[in-house]
Structures are given as C-alpha cells and as structure tokens.
Design a binder for this molecule. Structure first.
Ligand SMILES: Cc1cc2nc3c(=O)[nH]c(=O)nc-3n(C[C@H](O)[C@H](O)[C@H](O)COP(=O)(O)O)c2cc1C
Length: 179
C-alpha cells in the first residue's frame, strides 16, 4: 500500500476490505461501529394513549437556534402520532434503563404499562429516571429513503446526574473511563 501524498498512512491500510453499500447486513455492521447513546422518543398519541419508541438516530443539529434531529422507520406504526402531533420529547436513557430500551424497541401492545412518567403541557410523556430530556416542537420532517427525518426545535431541556446507556455493534454498554 503506497503512502498518501501527505506522507501519512493511506486510509485503506487501516481499514477492512470495502464492500458495496447495497448489502444491508454489511452496512448495518459498519454503521453499528458508531457508538451512540440510546433515547426513547415520545409523543402524545392521537387519542389512543401515548406513543414511544427506542431510537439511537438522535443527534444534535444546531445550538442557535436549538435544533435536534432523529429518524423514524417510514413503516412504523408510531409514525402517525409523530406526524400529527406538533410536539415530541427525547428521553436520553440512563444506564439503569436497559429494560425500558428493550420494551420500547418491542411490539408489546402497551409500552407505557407500569412505566413511570410525567406528561408535559403538550401531553408528551417524560420518562422518570432518564439522563436528559428535550421537549421539542416539530420544526420539519421529510421522507429520506426508508425513514422519515424529523428536525425538532428544543423548547425546554433538563439533565440528571445519571450515567447514560450506550449502544455499540448491537450491544448495550456502560460508559467507560476517561482517556
Ligand atoms: C438501540 C436501538 C436503536 C434504535 N433506533 C431506531 C431509530 O433511530 N429509528 C427507528 O425508527 N427505529 C429504531 N429502533 C427500532 C425501534 O425501536 C423498533 O423498531 C420499535 O419497535 C419501533 O416501534 P414501533 O413498532 O412503534 O415502530 C432502534 C432499536 C434499538 C434497540
């Protein structure tokens, strides 16, 4: 492998063999190398009770104005609630909330049964015990491949002292030590 023009190591020398992005399993495996936190996105629902799902597509987008983004599978039964509701919340999960993450990633009929939460002025659930909360108004949404991209304007937020839950290569993890 030749050295790159700048004298540094060529990128491919440190990487595995590149595969075509058309293979979803391989793409998922490479994407999974990006470690994230875990959130539960919640909305008021549309008369049928609150709605929520586990999501790690959440990321910060802008500080001024304060914006965040996340994406939801376009065929999700939860999509309607996030489309009709003007508000939603991001619940950043704490490391003690792995069971909650699994529950909200499942298809159980009532995800909120026996889950402790408060409801904000917009009727959006805020889950007890989270590491942080962002109460948002939907700024925009757009179809993007097999997902819908939501951008939220942050109206209110708060944080707790809880350590966050992490997700990496298909596994939940605890926060490690400082480098
Ligand atoms: C760690 C983790 C992260 C996830 N991130 C997302 C996500 O960002 N967007 C999404 O649509 N589904 C995501 N999912 C899958 C949903 O949580 C799962 O499909 C859930 O059943 C969706 O709820 P629904 O049946 O109401 O669509 C994730 C699952 C896990 C375990």
């Amino acid at each position: 492998m030749p050295a790159s023009p700048g004298g540094g190591t060529a990128v491919r020398e440190q990487s595995g063999d590149a595969v075509n992005a058309g293979d979803p399993r391989a793409l998922r495996a490479s994407l999974g190398r990006f470690a994230t936190g875990v959130t539960i996105m919640t909305a008021a629902g549309n008369g049928g009770g609150p709605v929520g799902l586990t999501a790690n597509s959440f990321t910060s987008l802008s500080l001024d104005p304060p914006l965040i983004l996340w994406s939801l599978r376009a065929d999700s039964p939860s999509l309607f609630a996030f489309e009709v509701g003007a508000h939603f919340a991001v619940n950043v999960l704490a490391d003690a909330q792995v069971d909650l993450s699994r529950r909200f990633a499942s298809r159980v009929p009532d995800k909120f049964a026996e889950v402790a939460y408060a409801v904000n002025d917009s009727g959006v659930p805020l889950l007890h015990g989270a590491a942080a909360w962002f109460e948002c108004r939907t700024e925009s949404r757009q179809a993007a491949g097999d997902h819908v991209l939501f951008i939220g304007a942050v109206l209110r937020h708060s944080a707790s002292e809880q350590e966050p839950l992490l997700f990496h290569s298909g596994h939940y993890r605890l926060l490690g030590g400082l480098l």
